[in-house]
Design a protein around this ligand. Structure first.
Ligand SMILES: Cc1cc2nc3c(=O)[nH]c(=O)nc-3n(C[C@H](O)[C@H](O)[C@H](O)COP(=O)(O)O)c2cc1C
Ligand SMILES: CCCCC(=O)C(=O)O
Length: 391
């Protein structure tokens, strides 16, 4: 159990040792129990904002579709030395794990993205910061230090504001811009509609806007002097349903940073991303929060990899809960995966420490599952690691 060369596997040993000393782990171990604990500590509306989706079908599909790609363990290979490192956008990362952009984290914990950035830096997992974050991007990056940060853009309908946000991110030290395409408008989210709950309308999650000179130039008063006017202005600039592929040229011209499109599911859209000069795509259905009855994200992955995987970075999110999920996505061709709701629950239950613990557990699980399926390097996994014939 303790015979492992990686810091990730040692986490398992640490948990057992703590158990022997009668110390229980601070957080429930199973994802489902962790979510249940978070539900106990959160305001119900905030819990449902995170847990809910557009209907239920896509969220359920994101999970059960992983079952279609069973791992096919091999025996008697030397797994004494293991390597979880992976290359994304030409840069080597210690593990294939990243933090997905999750907006408005103040509904989970007052330290929100600052706590998440500290945990990311502590564990060495790159973080993607949402446009709709609770702290400004510059402050979050200073907590991240040298750890890789990406900035996720909700692409405003005002080109000057888009340029300002992207250039601030570049100046602050973010290493890539993630442009989320699947949220031109919010979906029909029954849970949130039932409670008439949308945190942004209370002025939450707007820190990147209220710290932006271009956004503030559109206001008559300082943002905190008239929150109603600030929220109204935000709702007018937040997105544009008109955006199409040709608009990407403007963002390409606005920054030298790599551009990654998030929310790509169809291989033709992946090809369009390549034609538009993008550097990567994230195969994602937004955790089932946008289109009810959508293709499960994992079922879309192989098609995108086959279309563009030789030419750009392909990442994956939507449904990652355990180590085996990560191995399956990497075996199907993802260069890295983004974890979403699990770290939100860690944040809600125990702030920075909770996020770090969730990440360490996931990394330990990835490391052990890699070894037990007979592999020593995660970046060498291929579809031969799977028993499925679905791709
Ligand atoms: C509470 C919450 C807020 C989110 N906010 C954003 C966001 O601001 N920007 C974005 O691109 N995606 C956002 N997402 C989607 C995540 O980046 C990611 O695609 C999704 O959480 C993956 O699904 P999973 O958490 O079920 O694994 C959000 C998801 C949740 C649960
Ligand atoms: C208006 C931004 C929405 C944040 C988001 O992406 C989500 O709740 O899924």
């Amino acid at each position: 159990m303790d015979r492992t060369n990686t810091p990730y596997g040692n986490h398992q040993f640490g948990i057992y040792s703590a158990g022997l000393k009668g110390e229980l782990p601070i957080l429930p171990l199973r994802y489902e129990d962790l979510e249940a604990r978070a539900r106990e500590v959160l305001d119900p509306a905030a819990y449902w904002y995170v847990a809910g989706g557009a209907g239920e079908a896509s969220m359920a599909a994101n999970r059960h579709s992983f079952d279609r790609y069973p791992l096919f363990p091999r025996m008697l290979t030397d797994v004494s030395e293991r390597d979880l490192s992976t290359t994304v956008l030409g840069k080597k990362h210690a593990t294939p794990l990243m933090l997905a952009p999750l907006g408005v984290q103040e509904i989970l914990h007052p330290d929100a993205e600052l706590a998440v950035a500290r945990a990311a830096a502590d564990v060495g997992v790159p973080m993607t910061l949402s446009t709709v974050s609770s702290y400004p991007m510059e402050q979050v990056k200073s907590e991240l230090g040298d750890t890789t940060g990406w900035y996720q853009l909700y692409w405003p309908n005002d080109d000057e504001l888009a340029t300002s946000l992207v250039q601030r991110a570049e100046k602050a030290g973010y290493e890539a811009i993630v442009i989320t395409l699947d949220t031109k408008m919010l979906a029909w989210r029954e849970r949130d509609l039932e409670g008439a709950y949308l945190p942004f309308l209370q002025g939450k999650g707007l820190a990147n806007y209220t710290s932006d000179p271009v956004f503030c130039a559109g206001l008559d008063k300082a943002p905190d002097e008239d929150v109603v006017a600030t929220v109204k202005h935000w709702s007018q600039v937040y997105a544009s349903p008109e955006r199409s592929w040709s608009d990407l040229a403007k963002l390409r011209a606005a920054t030298n940073l790599p551009l990654i499109l998030k929310g790509v599911l169809h291989p033709e859209d992946a090809l369009a991303a390549r034609r538009a000069g993008m550097d990567g795509v994230i195969v994602s259905n937004h955790g089932g929060r946008q289109v009810d009855g959508s293709i499960a994200a994992i079922d879309a992955l192989a098609g995108v990899v086959d279309a563009v995987g030789d030419h750009m970075s392909v990442l994956f999110d939507s449904g990652i809960r355990r180590g085996a999920d990560v191995l399956k996505a990497v075996a199907l061709g993802a260069d890295a995966v983004l974890v979403g709701r699990p770290f939100a629950w860690g944040l809600a239950c125990a702030g920075e420490q909770g996020v770090a613990e969730v990440l360490r557990r996931l990394l330990a699980d990835i490391d052990l599952t890699l070894a037990l399926t007979g592999h020593d390097r995660i970046d060498r996994l291929t579809r031969a690691a799977l028993a499925s014939t679905r791709y």
